[in-house]
Design a protein around this ligand. Structure first.
Ligand code: MN
Length: 740
């Protein structure tokens, strides 16, 4: 979106920045000096850190401690399980120009989005209109300014010292409902931004530490769950005020000049350490990975506009170029075009995804800030999902494009670490986070409501180079994630948990397997009408494992309408607590009714009623290394722990195991050896040279003999990137005038 040029407004007599400089001028100067010197604020030496490193560390710890403390304290004000149980919030401290200095734990993705939002206010002349004063409160959830989706609501509080703006405190929480056309925080099926809910574009909503009454009134009526909106907002503001208090007391103790110098050195220090890490931990080169997302809106014909009710296969490739001098360039050339669906991101959202991926790989310590942003470059084709040329596209499920894209970064870095010998750092990608259980309708309290269940912030973690992944552990976007207690979700959602357990064979197999995914079986309770979504890739794998490891298994939908559960309970008959092995489905066996069993996820909601059943399959992590190199005793362990369906021990791992009278699985070493040798021979017999395979497939590629969603994916990638098209044409040996 084009912003109005407010530069005329910047001609104020005295600004609120250092020595009366307008902050927009300070931001412009900062960017110019970085372009000229390559150092943040032109800081070539780190005098504070060099002269007294202990004092430097103490200041860093004090600020970081204040942010983590603010988060831990403030989350108790919120009533939403997403914030309280999952910890889906984060606080950050920024320079007056909007550069991140330090952050708390939590949804760290947002540290850079809030930086973009502050810079938007600074560049747009907020200093003069609406004004930035001590005690002001600003709010933002506009992904085109600085956010991922409207569900993430941010609050900003400027910090003043003797009339000068010295910093910003900011906090973000994820909301259960945002007043979108469809219920829940991240509804599926919005085709434009106008259906994405209440959008607040860096609005000033308070002064003198009080929210404006007109805004408060609006927030009572703008979403389906005002109770959570209001308490989450109090949580964010309280956290920002705690951060402000801590900063002012630090300035009191250390002096304002030291604080200013610290902020500059902290950012420059992180930038340098990022470059050093790149040089020492990776091998320079070009690393490329592809990912895919399937949307199944053709089943929504009649419920969506005709142009939106189509199936789509999204291409989400990533190329990482590491230079010998430690440069870090990401390119998303080849990405699909934005669409009339909810999976579009924005450039600031893409920065958020990059940020949170880096905090779990290259900078897994407490020294994270915008220095890392300054050390990286991200290029996104204009018009693609990461930088739509339509400012009105919907963004509610931007993570649905971001997670697949950045699993490519995890795999690229994993390969780069392994090449350098840092094998402990390798992760074979990240699984998608889902199924996303969301819905709305009449609640068990008899009120119109909406909800987003965040147990999907706990999925299996992928395998490493030297170890298996952790089960039901965390999400890419919130590494501190938790699944939340069932009782907490049952308080706000009219669905009882009948069971929640690890699922066998959800993890990607490999020499090292991913951590297991899990499942929840839920029954509608106390409601006659709920709209429920099933959101996750299902028809295609999002990405592969690494170094021959298999991807995590894909989930599926198995919900049951018009069940006999009421009668079963009355007669004390068995009821399903798990689906487990889909070939011997626990749901199929233990409930009668209309079974909806398919791979059509990522679609509009369906309507359910009391005693209907809903299955949520949460993903496992991807595998690493060749399956037939897995230690057979580990395969037996997986069988004994119920993590692997027995049929895959033989068919995939080539492990011959038998179950003893005690129920324990034991490996037959000799038979396993013979079986694995046979698998090796069979692989050799089946394989063909790559050149042969390419020649065999080329006619199909030449004619673009694919189903329509795949053809369209090719067409869009070619249209948006000449580079991608020419490499594709070259790879397949196609005519120069080839068209998808
Ligand atoms: Mn969010």
């Amino acid at each position: 979106m084009k912003l109005t040029d407010y530069s005329g407004d910047l001609m104020v007599a005295r600004g609120i920045g250092y020595e009366g400089k307008p902050i927009a001028q300070a931001l412009e100067d900062s960017e110019q000096i970085f372009r000229q010197t390559g150092c943040y604020q032109g800081v070539r030496e780190l005098p504070l850190k060099s002269a007294d490193p202990i004092r430097f560390e103490k200041i860093a710890s004090r600020l970081r401690g204040a942010l983590v403390g603010a988060r831990e304290t403030a989350l108790n004000i919120s009533a939403s399980p997403i914030v309280r149980e999952i910890g889906e919030l984060c606080f950050g401290l920024y320079t007056p120009e909007g550069d991140s200095v330090t952050l708390s734990t939590g949804i760290m993705a947002h540290i850079h989005t809030m930086s973009e939002a502050i810079k938007h206010m600074v560049r747009s002349g907020y200093e003069t209109n609406p004004g930035i004063a001590d005690g002001d409160i600003f709010i933002n959830n506009d992904p085109h300014i600085g956010d991922v989706h409207t569900a993430d609501v941010q609050q900003f509080v400027p910090i003043f010292w003797q009339g000068e703006l010295i910093a910003w405190a900011a906090g973000v929480t994820h909301e259960l409902d945002v007043g979108a056309a469809q219920p829940s925080g991240m509804p599926m099926g919005s085709t434009t931004r106008f259906e994405d809910g209440w959008i607040l574009s860096c609005e000033k909503v308070g002064s003198k530490d009080e929210l404006r009454r007109d805004y408060q009134y609006r927030s009572q009526t703008a979403t389906r769950m005002p109770f959570y909106w209001v308490l989450d907002e109090k949580c964010r503001i309280a956290g920002c005020h705690l951060v402000r208090k801590a900063v002012l007391s630090l300035v009191e103790a250390e002096g304002i000049d030291t604080f200013r110098q610290f902020c500059r050195e902290a950012i420059e220090d992180t930038r340098r350490s990022f470059v050093t890490r790149m040089k020492s931990m990776t091998v320079p080169g070009t690393y490329r990975f592809g990912s895919f997302i399937d949307l199944n809106h053709s089943v929504d014909v009649g419920r969506m506009p005709e142009h939106a009710a189509v199936d789509t296969l999204i291409h989400a490739p990533l190329e990482l170029k590491i230079g010998a001098e430690g440069s870090f360039d990401i390119s998303l050339e080849g990405a699909s075009k934005w669409g009339y669906h909810s999976f579009n991101a924005t450039p600031t959202a893409m920065q958020a995804g990059l940020w949170v991926a880096l905090t779990q790989t290259l900078i897994p310590n407490d020294k994270v800030n915008d220095g890392a942003y300054l050390a990286t470059r991200l290029s996104i084709p204009h018009g693609s999902l990461g930088d739509p040329d339509n400012p009105y596209c919907s963004n509610t499920l931007a993570w649905g494009y971001m997670v697949p894209t950045y699993t490519g970064l995890m795999r690229a870095l994993g390969t780069a670490f392994a090449s350098r010998g840092y094998v402990e750092e390798v992760l074979s990608g990240i699984p998608l986070t889902g199924n996303v259980t969301q819905g709305g309708g009449v609640s068990h309290y008899g009120q119109e409501m909406a909800w987003s269940n965040f147990e999907m912030s706990c999925v299996g973690i992928s395998a490493g180079y030297v170890k298996d992944g952790e089960h039901s552990c965390a999400a890419m976007w919130n590494p501190e994630g938790d699944m939340g207690d069932v009782e907490a979700w049952e308080l706000i959602e009219p669905l009882m948990y009948l069971g929640r357990r690890l699922r066998p064979s959800t993890a990607g197999m490999g020499k090292y397997r991913g951590g297991s995914g899990w499942e929840s079986v839920r029954m509608l309770h106390g409601t006659q009408r709920q709209e429920l979504y099933n959101l996750i890739n299902s028809r295609v794998f999002c990405s592969g494992g690494l170094f021959g490891g298999y991807p995590a298994s894909n989930p599926y939908r198995h919900n049951v309408k018009r069940t006999d559960l009421k009668e079963r309970f009355a007669k004390q008959l068995p009821y399903p607590v798990a689906d487990g092995n889909p070939e011997e489905s626990g749901i199929q066996a233990n409930v009668s009714g209309e079974h909806l069993r398919d791979h059509l996820m990522n679609r509009l909601s369906d309507t359910y009623e009391e005693y209907d059943l809903y299955l949520s399959v949460l993903l496992g992590g991807h595998g690493l290394g060749d399956v037939i190199e897995r230690d057979p005793t580990k395969v037996a362990d997986d069988l004994n722990e119920g993590l692997l369906l027995p049929r895959f021990a033989l068919s995939a791992y080539g492990v011959v195991a038998t179950q003893g009278d005690d129920g324990k699985w034991r490996v037959d070493g000799d038979a396993t050896h013979v079986r694995r040798e046979a698998i090796r021979k069979n692989r050799l017999a089946r394989s063909v040279p790559v050149t042969e395979w390419i020649a065999q497939q080329r006619p199909r590629v030449e004619k673009c003999d694919f189903i329509e969603p795949v053809r369209r994916m090719h067409r869009e990638s070619c249209e948006l990137s000449k580079k991608w098209r020419s490499e594709y044409v070259e790879f397949w040996g196609l005519q120069q005038d080839w068209n998808a």
